[in-house]
Every structure is written in structure tokens, then in C-alpha cells.
Design a protein around this ligand. Structure first.
Ligand SMILES: Cc1ncc(COP(=O)(O)O)c(C=O)c1O
Ligand SMILES: [Zn+2]
Length: 436
């Protein structure tokens, strides 16, 4: 793959552009509180330089030159070494709170699961294990690039707040709130988390221990459609707090760190083998966007991306078919209103981390599935339960139902398609730990 240096951010809906040098470029300049259907994507230019990972187990250092944050900091006269040191310093602070810093996570063929699922020796199930990542899931990857951006802007005098930092804010029911509170604590930055009434007691205790301000949000009679936690979060940001979440629509910089998991997987997979498909569970969609965007930059061919949702909440699969009917699944951003709207029923599933009623980052996932020849998979609840039980019984990884939902997608795919999956190498991400 070629080194691609990020040059600007461009809205996938209206086309507006923002230089990568611009600080605090969370949202499209055309977005407003009345019109939130905008999302900035990173756009870069590839030169002739073949990309060489730096010698580090920290993914943000290893793939430093591919980071939009690296391009941002370079534009403000920080040298390559200074940028690396900045990442390593913050990583050490994160490790002091989380117990671990960012390190490449394991990605390997899983012998027991491959056998249990009937794979032949020629193929196999490959599992990326995020359960030991910072804060127990992939979420901290997204937030680390937001925090890098904030701290760098502050240190270089590019941020307007002087000595009194605005609060960080996030809407989430679990992993993202814990990851955000962990990173906020590492920077001693106050944070407010907006969680649903159904929030798990273990999650609440963890958030409390991390010093987060917690707001439990119920639906108000006057609320429009959509997640009430997201609504309260948006109101708080409108009053001046900083969006510190994992939805590209609210803070594009989450999409930067999200790509690192994709770069890792592509590098870790043996170059002598062929990876046929990747199943990625989708909630708000930043996670699958990151995997898909890494595949685009690495010019991966012949690996299909499948977005996995549950029958209890599948707005992305609906958007995919709406996009097919209205002009195609590539670059469908301008057709947002025709394709993506909040799921009408109350979303339910054992995989409760992917119940976002709207797939905020749907555009780049549709692009990635189109480019790779993939398609969405909607798993019946029985597969969600079966995948969790199989993972708990046979994987040796203490994964949550949400974390195992990609495996549910594979099971659904196998039940629906009579292809020769047994001969294929197929990847899933066990994205989050089971908390107890
Ligand atoms: C463990 C886990 N996996 C996957 C996801 C889905 O990620 P995204 O919301 O970016 O689609 C989540 C989101 O909460 C999660 O907690
Ligand atoms: Zn826009």
C-alpha cells in the first residue's frame, strides 16, 4: 500500500471541504442543529512512497503517517518525532488509568471455532480480539484521535478556551462511555456521559469510579424521534461542551482512530493467504466505517465487507436497499433523507451495544460494501444468542453478546448462502468484553 497523507475533510453529503490543518473540525460547516445530515470524511493523496509501518506495537505510532491527526499536527509545524512523542506521552497517561496502553491486538485463525463452524483446513475463522484493548473494547481507538486533536490544539494555542476547558460530552449505553471516561480521566478532563435508563449497573459503577458526571436520560414527551441520550448530548454540545463520542456526524475525528483496527488486521493477516470476507457488527457505524476505510486506503481487493445488524434494529440494511432503489449504494450521502431514518420500533436484542436506532455513519459503510462486493446481513435473534453461547463455550475469550455479533452475522450468512464458506478465510472482531 502507498502512504496516503490526509489533506482535507470533505462532507459526504454536501461536499463542503475543510483543511486538515483546521483545529476543532468536528462537524461539516454546513451542518446545523436543524440539519444534522452531514458527515466529514478524510481525504488524502497517495504519493509513490510505499507505506512502511514504524517499528512499534502501538497502532497509532505504527500507522502514524496514515493518521489524519498526524497530518493535522504536521501542518502546525510539529516534526515527525515530536508527533510520535506526543502520541507516546498520551498513551502512557492512558495506561496509567486503564492499566494498559494501546497495543496491537491479537488476530489469528481460531482453531476451535473454525472446527465448530465446519471450516476445512484450507479456510478458517479468524478472530480479532479487542477484549483486552484499552477499556475493554474497540471504542477507545476512536476516542484516542479525538483526544490527541484536543490536547494538541490546546498545547499549540489553537483552541479558544484558555485555562478553563469546556466539559467533554458523550451519549452511549456502555463501552463508548467507559472508553471516553477512561481517556478523559487520563487527561484529567471533565466529562459528562448521557446514558439510557436501561444502563447496566456494572457500567454505572465503572463510570462513577472513573469520575464521569452521569446523566440518565428518559424519553421526554416533546422529544422528536431518535435516541433521547443523543438528544440530551446534542443540547449539551450546543451549550458549549465538546463532542467526545463515536459518531462521525458529531465528531469526524473518531473516524481517524477507527481505521487503525483495519490497518492492523490487514497487516496481521498472512500475505500468502486470501481473506474472503469480514463481518463487522454495526451500531452507529463508526467501527465498520473504520474497517472499510482502511480497506480502501490499502486498496484491498477480493475481501468482502459485511455489515451485521440484528432483526431488532437494522436501519443500515434498510438504507442499503433504499440506496439500491434510488440511484445506487455508492456515494449515497446526498440521498440521506430517502435512505436513513431512525428505526421506528423500540430496538431490542441481546446484542444491546448495536441498538443505535440510526446508523449515523452509514454512507461510508455502504461505500465500502459496494467497493468490496459485500452486503449487509441481518441476524435473527436466535443467531445472536447462538453466537454468544458458542463464543463463550469454545473461544476462550470473554466476549459480550455485542462483541460476538459479527459471528452471528457469519452464522446467518452461512444459513442463507450455500456458497463454499468452508474453504474461505473469514474474519470477525470480538469487539468488547463481557463485564460482570
Ligand atoms: C463491543 C461493541 N462492538 C461494536 C459496536 C458497534 O460500533 P459502532 O457503534 O461504531 O457501529 C459497539 C458499539 O457500542 C460495541 O460496544
Ligand atoms: Zn455537509
Amino acid at each position: 500500500m502507498k502512504t496516503q497523507v490526509i489533506e482535507h475533510l470533505q462532507c459526504a453529503v454536501c461536499g463542503a471541504r475543510v483543511s486538515v490543518a483546521q483545529p476543532l473540525s468536528w462537524r461539516c460547516p454546513q451542518a446545523s442543529n436543524q440539519d444534522r445530515h452531514h458527515v466529514l470524511h478524510f481525504v488524502g493523496a497517495s504519493g509513490d512512497e510505499v507505506f512502511q509501518p514504524q517499528d512499534s506495537e502501538n497502532p497509532f505510532v505504527r500507522y502514524q503517517k496514515l493518521l489524519a491527526w498526524d497530518a493535522f499536527a504536521a501542518q502546525h509545524a510539529a516534526s515527525l518525532n515530536e508527533r510520535r512523542e506526543f502520541i507516546e506521552r498520551l498513551d502512557a497517561q492512558v495506561a496509567s488509568v486503564a492499566g494498559v496502553g494501546f497495543r496491537r491486538t491479537l488476530f489469528a485463525r481460531h482453531e476451535e471455532l473454525s472446527k465448530a463452524l465446519g471450516f476445512s483446513p484450507a479456510g478458517g475463522l479468524w478472530v480479532k480480539d479487542e477484549t483486552h484493548n484499552v477499556a475493554g473494547s474497540q471504542k477507545a481507538r476512536h476516542l484516542f484521535t479525538e483526544l490527541l486533536h484536543l490536547l494538541f490544539a490546546e498545547e499549540k494555542g489553537l483552541a479558544p478556551w484558555g485555562a478553563s476547558r469546556p466539559e467533554l460530552a458523550i451519549a452511549s449505553c456502555g463501552n463508548a462511555a467507559i472508553a471516553a471516561s477512561t481517556l478523559a480521566a487520563s487527561a484529567q478532563w471533565p466529562i459528562r456521559v448521557f446514558v439510557p435508563q436501561s444502563v447496566d449497573a456494572v457500567v454505572l459503577n465503572t463510570l462513577q469510579a472513573l469520575g464521569a458526571h452521569i446523566e440518565v436520560c428518559g424519553r421526554q414527551p416533546t422529544d422528536p424521534a431518535g435516541d433521547p441520550c443523543v438528544l440530551r448530548f446534542q443540547e449539551h454540545v450546543a451549550r458549549g461542551s465538546l463532542p467526545f463520542g463515536v459518531q462521525g456526524t458529531e465528531n469526524a475525528w473518531c473516524l481517524d482512530g477507527g481505521r487503525m483496527i483495519g490497518f492492523e488486521m490487514l497487516e496481521q493477516f498472512p500475505s500468502t493467504e486470501h481473506l474472503a470476507r469480514i463481518f463487522v457488527q454495526v451500531g452507529g457505524g463508526a467501527f465498520a466505517s473504520g474497517v472499510g476505510d482502511a480497506m480502501r486506503i490499502a486498496e484491498v481487493q477480493n475481501t468482502q465487507l459485511h455489515a451485521v445488524q440484528t432483526q431488532g434494529c437494522s436501519p443500515l440494511a434498510r438504507a442499503w436497499s433504499r440506496a439500491q432503489q434510488t440511484g445506487g449504494t455508492l456515494n449515497a450521502g446526498a440521498r440521506w433523507n430517502e435512505c436513513m431514518w431512525p428505526w421506528e420500533e423500540v430496538p431490542t436484542s441481546l446484542a444491546d451495544g448495536i441498538l443505535d436506532d440510526e446508523t449515523y455513519d452509514w454512507i461510508s459503510i455502504c461505500d465500502a460494501m459496494t467497493r468490496t462486493g459485500g452486503f449487509p446481513v441481518v441476524s435473527p435473534e436466535s443467531d445472536v444468542v447462538a453466537a454468544f453461547e458458542l463464543a463463550q463455550k469454545s473461544s476462550g475469550i470473554n466476549v459480550s453478546p455485542t462483541g460476538a455479533a459479527g459471528l452471528a452475522g457469519l452464522m446467518t450468512y452461512v444459513a442463507q448462502n450455500k456458497g463454499n464458506y468452508e474453504q474461505e478465510n473469514i474474519a470477525v472482531v470480538f469487539s468488547g468484553v463481557l463485564r460482570s
